[in-house]
Write a protein that binds this ligand. Sequence first.
Ligand code: DI6
Ligand code: FE
Length: 417
Amino acid sequence: MEQAHSNAIADIIWTNVNLITGELTGQGLVTAHNQSVVVKDSKVTAILDQPLESVLPEAKQIIDGQDRWLSPGLIDCHTHLVFAGSRANEFEQRLEGVPYEVIAKQGGGILATVNATRSASEEELLKLALPRLDALIAEGVTTVEIKSGYGLTLGDELKILRVAKQLVNHRPINISTTLLAAHAVPPEFKGKADQYIDLVCNEIIPQAAEQQLADAVDVFCEGIGFSPEQSERVMLAAQAYGLGIKAHVEQLSNLSGAALTAKYQGWSADHLEYLDEAGVKALAESNTVAVLLPGAFYFLREQQLPPIDLLRKYQVPMALATDFNPGTSPLASIRLMMNMGCTLFRMTPAETIAAVTSQAAKALNMAEMRGIIKEGMAADMVLWDIQHPAELAYQFGSSVVVQRVINGHITEGGIHV
Ligand code: DI6
Ligand code: FE
């Protein structure tokens, strides 16, 4: 099939679409009406103002977009979706007034999930991860970042990363993996956090790098996580092994973790509720993306809002992600995050669209390839049954995905045209 048509200029051309490129400028979201998008060999090869008659006959397939909107595939740039066990009991405890940090100190929280995840096989973890991934795919997500962090031993951390990487064999999805061995101090190292960090830096990071299981390294820099000094050691090790740097910072308190992440040219600093102006300036100077996670803010009923106005003022790129995890954000919906970005964080709908496309791509260091519909970029796209781009942030729950395209291939699902 491919061979027979190898001389065709295009594999697929979408005509009559309104384009959301994914880019955001001072003037707002970059959009264009009545376009044609030409795709060949998994990439966008041209965007035409008007369909050129000479090109159209040579395409294998022409799809009439019927004046619908076409956007980049959505990118969820921060998830912890490979884990076992449930934390519904903890949810009930919190509703009775026990704070998240107290539950964590009592050995619940992250460590409860660590116990369940250590006991699970790769097959079991894969089986548990698939429906979570399917929920994102059904919403038009084409790229997902997945962190480890519920293993906390060399073997269990690598097991989680292997499962994350295997997902591409089971679903049409792009996966980016992040080693988050420095998520919590494991029970065997209680009171010996520095020694655990030795293990992370001297064994787990080198092995993850050598086996090519991680694109980046993350660390939870927090009172209930790791100190800035310990976090810095993790970043130095990541840098030494050529891995990207990301960090959970300023979620529950301000330890100046964002500035630390910026110092090491981190791809992203995530959470940021307690970020101050000095931290915002540091992010702006290093071009580190601010990944905002309204699901965790909502689920923990936090009061402290991330400094959106300051992030805007210093033009720090803002991404949004689900932070999908069993403790603080059991919410597998990027569209809900877009809605919450507006309702809880007062972002504009345009900002939330860029936040799950072009800005999220930057947070995964893949902006050269994904997150924007442009000539030369991977053809990851979603055709939406909406009248206006803002609808993507305005409503969620009912499916408006008409077609999902990943690396130039139309995937199952979506409503009928
Ligand atoms: N911050 C979070 O919100 C998640 N991890 C982190 O460092 C929570 C993970 C969990 O509670 O299981
Ligand atoms: Fe997280």
